[in-house]
Write a protein that binds this ligand. Structure first.
Ligand code: ZN
Length: 259
């Protein structure tokens, strides 16, 4: 079973199409880690894709904000993100809104495996927390038992490895290390009781690691490998759609820099 893992599409359908094209014939399932909408110009197209093709999808903070659910104040968003949320609310069709409403806001196990936990942000705070450092990853490893947890939300590809080195008296020492995701080279997933992983595929529609290319990953559940991918897409096409939609200039410009 090979899984195309996508996250933080953010209504950038041009980027999503490039990802799907790039991964063509290399996967059997699609898992989506949330934030299907927000920021970008084609929310309906992106929700339609996820609804039709993704075996699972979890609730992202932008999906949540667009729904206007209790528990979120969109004034906590920065002004340009807020503007995009309000614009998206107006655009989203009733059936797509209904689809987003059904997304789980808690970590879930995909039906294909019991080894992997899937959440948008973190196991501890499924919709909100950014796992950006080994310290925050360590605190989150204490909140789940599964060998692997997939997260998105930061828009930065990442691998955090948890290791327990057994001590002399049986008192293990825990270390959490950030490994560098190597693009295009499958990483063998070394997991078990003493080795666990938090994996982040990065963002399809709004990367924030100074690389404007769309990010995604391929997870092979038989070979137990994780391959980080990047693919170029016509950024200017998304930008011109955003301009026509009247979306904020800052959101348009940042796609050129991958930030
Ligand atoms: Zn996001």
């Amino acid at each position: 079973m090979r899984v195309l893992v996508i996250s933080d599409i953010h209504a950038n359908y041009v980027a999503l199409e490039a990802v799907v094209q790039d991964a063509q014939d290399e996967y059997d399932r699609v898992w989506c880690l949330g934030d299907v909408v927000g920021y970008g110009p084609q929310p309906n197209e992106c929700v339609a894709y996820v609804r039709e093709h993704a075996a699972i999808c979890v609730m992202g903070n932008h999906d949540w904000a667009v729904l206007g659910r209790p528990g979120i104040d969109i004034h906590d968003f920065n002004p340009v993100a807020r503007e995009a949320v309000l614009w998206t609310r107006q655009q989203l069709s009733e059936e797509h809104r209904h689809f987003l409403e059904g997304l789980p806001a808690e970590p879930i196990h995909p039906p294909e495996t019991s080894e992997v936990l899937v959440t948008h942000a973190s196991p501890r705070e499924p919709v909100w927390e950014y796992i950006l450092t080994p310290g925050i990853a360590l605190e989150n490893f204490l909140c789940f038992d599964d060998p692997i947890c997939l997260v998105g939300h930061t828009h930065k590809p990442a691998i955090f490895q948890w290791r327990v080195d057994p001590g002399d008296e049986g008192t293990g020492t825990v270390t959490v290390e950030a490994l560098l995701p190597a693009i295009g080279t499958p990483l063998l997933l070394d997991v078990g009781p003493t080795h666990r992983l938090i994996l982040n595929p990065g963002s399809v529609g709004q990367p924030r690691d100074n690389d404007p290319r769309a990010a995604y990953a391929l997870l092979d559940l038989e070979a137990m490998t994780w391959e980080q991918r990047r693919v170029s897409y016509p950024v200017e096409l998304t930008q011109s759609l955003m301009r026509s939609a009247g979306l904020p200039r800052r959101l348009i410009d940042r796609l050129s820099y991958g930030w």
